[in-house]
Ligand binder design. Structure first.
Ligand code: FES
Length: 91
């Protein structure tokens, strides 16, 4: 199983294909989700610290909300392998 580390919160196994938002909800990590997970806000944004290639490809809708190449929307990024992220809401 892929291992997900969320800086300052937890490191745990994730189901392959689970989004980072789903992972955070499962583990009680306070990732915000203002639009309900429809790629229509940036409240679930994360900074990928390691393992960017272990996430599903960036979807077109994300481009409007990302300021840097190492950022993703947690509701859109599916876990495919080991990855380390930092919650970036409020950046
Ligand atoms: S929850 Fe709004 S973009 Fe992810």
């Amino acid at each position: 199983m892929p291992r997900v580390q969320v800086e300052g919160f937890t490191s745990a196994d994730a189901a392959e294909g689970q989004t980072l938002l789903e992972f955070c909800e499962e583990h009680g990590i306070p990732m915000e989700c203002a639009c309900g997970g429809f790629a229509a806000c940036n409240s679930c944004r994360v900074e990928v610290l390691d393992g960017e290639g272990a996430l599903s490809p960036v979807v077109e809708e994300e481009h409007d909300f990302l300021d840097a190449p190492n950022q993703r929307l947690g509701c859109q990024a599916e876990v495919l392998g080991d990855v380390s992220v930092r919650l970036a809401s409020g950046m």
